[in-house]
Design a protein around this ligand. Structure first.
Ligand SMILES: N#Cc1c(-c2ccc3ccn(Cc4ccccn4)c3c2)n[nH]c1N
Length: 234
């Protein structure tokens, strides 16, 4: 899987060389390239923004640098197997299903905007050539797309075979299908007693059936309290 990031702050993506994703890069499972969008500017000030047509506050990212970056990175031929992910507050919510689908992609280009966003014609042009996903990390406002791209990257890449040491852990996570889309149950480790708090007895019983039942009940109760929207049968 090749991941490209178009951004005016490429250093944001230096962290991808650390930990699990770093190992995935070292193992050749993932190939990461961050690009400074100003590479595709030609004026002395390396300008990437301009005032919004129709007025309004702030600045909008000019289309030209993005178009020239696309030309260099992707060429002009349409290829639906290339996924262009555009983090935006107006995007559809990024969910586990999106991560699962994108984990099968061979190529993903993240377009990280700043200011008040990217000239919409960039999205229109990309949509004619590649598979475009306008996605939002959540219902809050960030200053740009980089943080969202990092979060989406981790959610996507950890699902790629060979990246996680123990793929079984994927099936027991919150939002995973095996977890019936419920929140993950509380987890514990040693010591059995810590500052007056004990590990639930059932987890020390060695009775796998009782443990599984307790975990299901915990997941449903936690989901009922915190995320009733995830419950389908109530
Ligand atoms: N994903 C996601 C996001 C973003 C996001 C993503 C990209 C950009 C590019 C510029 N801005 C600033 C900005 C502020 C206000 C109105 C428009 N744009 C971004 C914000 N905010 N919140 C999310 N869940």
């Amino acid at each position: 899987m090749r991941l490209d990031y178009l951004t005016i702050f490429p250093e944001f993506f230096d962290v991808l060389g650390i930990s699990l994703l770093g190992k995935a890069v070292d193992n050749g499972i993932v190939d990461i390239h961050a690009h400074d969008l100003r590479t595709w500017t030609h004026d002395r000030h390396r300008t990437v923004d301009d005032t919004p047509c129709g007025g309004g506050a702030g600045m909008v990212m000019k289309p030209d640098p993005w178009g020239e970056a696309f030309d260099d990175l992707l060429g002009a031929d349409p290829d639906p197997s290339v996924h262009v992910v555009i983090p935006t507050p107006s995007g559809t919510p990024f969910r586990q299903d999106d991560a699962a689908q994108l984990s099968h992609a061979d190529r993903i280009v993240f377009c990280c905007g700043r200011y008040e966003g990217i000239d919409h014609r960039v999205i229109d042009y990309a949509s004619e050539h590649w598979s475009v996903h306008e996605l939002s990390l959540g219902d809050y406002v960030l200053n740009g797309g980089e943080v969202a791209a990092l979060a989406m990257t981790e959610a996507i890449v950890r699902l790629v075979p060979g990246v996680l040491g123990n793929p079984e852990s994927l099936s027991e996570e919150s939002y995973s299908q095996d977890q019936e889309g419920l929140l993950e149950y509380p987890v514990y480790t040693r010591p059995a007693s810590w500052r007056g708090w004990d590990v639930p007895e059932v987890l020390m019983s060695g009775h796998h059936g009782h443990i599984a039942q307790w975990r299901r009940e915990q997941s449903r109760e936690l989901t009922r309290r915190r995320r009733p929207d995830l419950l389908t049968d109530e």
